[in-house]
Design a protein around this ligand. Structure first.
Ligand SMILES: Nc1ncnc2c1ncn2[C@@H]1O[C@H](COP(=O)(O)OP(=O)(O)O)[C@@H](O)[C@H]1O
Ligand SMILES: O=C(O)C1=C[C@@H](OP(=O)(O)O)[C@@H](O)[C@H](O)C1
Ligand SMILES: [Mg+2]
Length: 179
């Protein structure tokens, strides 16, 4: 079963993707990990040596190379922002799940992690502004939005799996999970 996770930084895409993959006995493909493996450099080094544009090109290629895989695909927070990436996600035929969270939760979850060059140069107000500028795009590509602030990873997984079982009936609609 293919499942794609999108959403802002630190909303839990990589973590939930890992759990989903384990539950489904399937591979997880994390685009950030793909990029790091291809480039042989950590994300902050890719940004500092080659710039964001280079990172985005690498991310685009990683998405195109992997979107057809039967796997849990976890994107980076910026992946849906390119129009061609958004089209690729929408046309993939896979359920695209948006993980969302409040900025206070995101700030807590980022903690002292220095691995997100874009988040690391922003204060909470800057993060909120960036998230607001991206939100409509996330919502446009997604078939289901889950507000994760009060949920344990296992509960988020349960909601995603319930939704994916009904995917054929609800294709194309943005639903907000109420359970
Ligand atoms: N539902 C959750 N409850 C508590 N902590 C979470 C939850 N989801 C993710 N986290 C924590 O938040 C941090 C960022 O999660 P991560 O999976 O890297 O997010 P993303 O891939 O969206 O940037 C990690 O430390 C992770 O353990
Ligand atoms: O939102 C962004 O622009 C980014 C999100 C990161 O992934 P996560 O969303 O998994 O943190 C990573 O791709 C890079 O640091 C840029
Ligand atoms: Mg991630």
């Amino acid at each position: 079963m293919r499942i794609v996770l999108v959403g802002f930084m630190a909303c839990g895409k990589t973590t939930i993707g890992q759990l989903l993959a384990a539950r489904l006995k399937q591979r997880q493909i994390d685009l950030d990990e793909e990029i790091v493996a291809r480039e042989g450099l950590a994300i902050p080094e890719i940004f500092s040596r080659f710039g964001e544009e280079h990172f985005r090109l690498s991310e685009h290629q990683a998405l195109l190379d992997n979107i057809g895989q039967d796997a849990v695909i976890t994107t980076g927070g910026g992946t849906p922002m390119r129009d061609d990436n958004a089209a690729c996600l929408i046309n993939s035929g896979a359920p695209v799940i948006l993980l969302d969270a409040e900025i206070s939760t995101i700030v807590d979850r980022i903690g002292n992690d220095r691995n997100r060059p874009i988040a690391n140069k922003l204060d909470p107000a800057g993060l909120e502004k960036l998230k607001a500028s991206r939100q409509s795009r996330y919502e446009r590509v997604a078939s289901l939005k889950i507000q994760t602030d009060q949920l344990r990873p296992e509960e988020i997984c349960d909601q995603i799996l319930d939704f994916c079982r009904e995917w054929n009936d609800s294709e194309g609609q943005l639903l907000t999970a109420s359970r």
